[in-house]
Design a protein around this ligand. Structure first.
Ligand code: ZN
Length: 306
């Protein structure tokens, strides 16, 4: 087991995307700045997709323009095609993330083209990102199950990863987009996928807590050799195919589990809990994360005295 883990906070994009109300640009900027102040150095800050389909992300350029940027932080824009890549680059993203769905049906529903076409688009984007001097990574979505096709064979996930890996990106992720995975499955998929990764490509994992297996899956992924985990502060983020479900694994719950077990994250947990509280006030409803309710342990000295 590693001594430190990198966490990517996907709250400002994956987390907010399913929110019914559009968060004002200034609040999104504050959200991101709070996360950076808490120690996050990789953040999924916006998606560059059709604003008619995702109104919450219509101000992607304005969010990027509003950030007081740190030189050592990566501000990730999600892109699904060439047009999105060009927008993310122009907006000043220093990393882009592309998504390719392991299930062809899901890829068509989500992106309007089949998995093969999305892989081709990814290979093109990876080359353009290299030429432009920014980082590019790809997430293989629905790697643990699909709302349309059901079970996804491990061989299928491995095949999609292998074809995406032809671009030799610095990182590839596997995602449980609909939150159906269990730890034994994570162990199996991670082991199989690692065999086809180029030596310079790291593995990231993305879990949703839809069925309450998110943190267990995250721990299994680390034990299996994943170096980076996605999470969202407050655990926000819906799943379009499970309207009542909770979202991504909560960053603060993940940080608590890791730090108390001696695995460093570089993140100030109390600052993150405060951000979770700010987030639920801003959204006007409770967030799914548990640490926001239960608090840190041991308590910080100031609150012990109070
Ligand atoms: Zn997600």
């Amino acid at each position: 087991m590693m001594r430190s883990v990198e966490i990517v906070d996907v709250g400002p994009r994956d987390g907010l995307q399913m929110e019914p109300g559009v968060m004002p640009t200034a609040a999104k900027v504050e959200f991101i700045e709070r996360l950076v102040a808490a120690g996050l150095r990789r953040l999924e800050v916006a998606s560059f997709v059709n604003p008619k389909k995702v109104p919450q992300m219509a101000d992607a350029e304005q969010v990027l323009a509003g950030l007081s940027r740190r030189a050592d932080a990566h501000y990730i824009g999600l892109v699904l095609n060439r047009r999105g890549f060009d927008r993310a680059l122009a907006a000043g993203c220093n990393e882009v993330g592309m998504a390719v769905v392991a299930s062809d049906t899901f890829n068509r529903r989500n992106q309007g083209v089949g998995t093969d076409e999305s892989i081709d688009a990814w290979l093109d984007i990876a080359q353009s990102a290299r030429a432009a001097g920014i980082r590019a990574q790809v997430t293989v979505s629905a790697a643990f199950g699909c709302p349309f096709e059901g079970e996804i064979a491990v061989e299928r996930v491995v095949d999609v990863v292998r074809r995406c890996a032809a671009a030799e990106p610095f990182e590839i992720a596997i995602a449980d987009t609909i939150g159906v995975g269990v730890p034994t499955q994570v162990t199996e998929v991670v082991a199989a996928v690692r065999k086809v990764l180029p030596p310079t490509t790291m593995l990231r994992a993305h879990f949703h807590n839809t069925r309450n297996t998110g943190l267990a899956n995250a721990y299994a992924a680390l034990q299996a050799g994943v170096s980076t985990l996605d999470a969202s502060t407050g655990g926000i983020g819906g799943c379009p195919f499970a309207p009542a479900a909770t979202g991504n694994i909560p960053t603060e719950d993940l940080v608590y589990m890791l730090e108390r077990g001696g695995i460093a994250t570089g993140i100030d947990l109390d600052a993150l809990i405060a951000t979770g509280k700010w987030l639920q006030e801003t959204l006007g409803r409770p967030v799914p994360g548990m640490l926001v309710k239960a608090g840190n342990f041991p308590r910080p000295k100031a609150s012990q005295a109070a």
